[in-house]
Write a protein that binds this ligand. Structure first.
Ligand code: HEC
Length: 175
C-alpha cells in the first residue's frame, strides 16, 4: 500500500476510534473502578515527574521553628486530616471513598522533600481529591503545615493530642 493510502485510511480510524470510545460510555468513571496497570503507571510517572520539575528552586524557610510547627498542627487538623487521617484516627467516610486514596502523610513526609510537599499542597493534583490550597491561602499560611509534616512521623495518637493542646490559638485555623 502506498504511504498516501495508509495515511488516508488511518486518519478516520484515528479520529473515529477515540470518539467511539468516548461516546459509547464504555469507560467507567466511577471512583470505585480501578485503573488498568498501564494507565496507572502512566498517571503515577506523569505525576512524579511533573512535581519533580515544578518544585525545583522553591526556597524553604526554617522548618525547625517550633512556632511554625505548632501553627501547622492546627491547620493540618482543619485542612488535611479529614482525607489524610491523623495519628490514632480511623479514616473518615470521605477518605474511604477517595480514588486515588489520600496517602498517610506521616509516611510520605519521610520520603518526599519539603519543596515537593509545599508544591503539592499549594497547587493540588488535578483529577484527584487533592485540592490546591494556594487558591485560598498565601505561601506564609501553607509553610506552617509543611513544618508540621516534618514532625508528624514522630507523633503517636497521644503526642498528637498533646501538641494540639499546646497549639491552642496558633495558626490561621486556630482552635
Ligand atoms: C479532599 C481530600 C484531601 C484533602 C482535604 C487534602 N488532601 Fe492531600 N491528597 C489527597 C489525595 C486524594 C491525594 C493523592 C493524589 C494522587 O495520588 O495523585 C493527596 C496527595 C497529597 C500529597 C502528595 C503525597 C505524595 O505521595 O507525594 C501531599 C503532599 C498532600 N496531599 C498534602 C496535603 C496537605 C498538606 C493537606 C492539607 C493542607 C491536604 N493534602 C489535604 C486528598 C486530600
Amino acid at each position: 500500500m502506498k504511504l498516501s493510502k495508509i495515511i488516508l485510511v488511518s486518519i478516520p480510524v484515528l479520529i473515529i476510534a477515540p470518539l467511539a470510545f468516548v461516546y459509547s460510555g464504555i469507560f467507567n468513571v466511577a471512583a470505585t473502578a480501578t485503573h488498568d496497570p498501564v494507565t496507572n503507571w502512566l498517571l503515577t510517572q506523569t505525576r512524579i515527574r511533573s512535581i519533580e520539575v515544578r518544585s525545583k528552586g522553591i526556597e524553604i524557610p526554617d522548618l525547625d521553628d517550633e512556632k511554625l510547627q505548632l501553627a501547622g498542627i492546627n491547620d493540618f487538623d482543619s485542612m488535611c486530616a479529614e482525607c489524610h487521617t491523623a495519628p490514632g484516627r480511623q479514616p473518615s467516610s470521605l477518605a474511604l471513598g477517595l480514588n486515588p486514596p489520600a496517602p498517610d502523610l506521616a509516611e510520605r513526609a519521610l520520603e518526599v522533600s519539603p519543596g515537593k510537599l509545599f508544591w503539592v499542597t499549594k497547587n493540588g493534583i488535578r483529577m484527584t481529591g487533592m485540592p490546591a490550597w494556594g487558591v485560598s491561602h498565601s505561601d506564609d499560611e501553607i509553610w506552617p503545615v509543611i513544618a508540621f509534616l516534618q514532625v508528624l512521623p514522630d507523633l503517636d495518637a497521644e503526642d498528637y493530642q498533646e501538641m494540639l493542646k499546646d497549639a491552642k490559638g496558633m495558626g490561621h485555623h486556630a482552635h
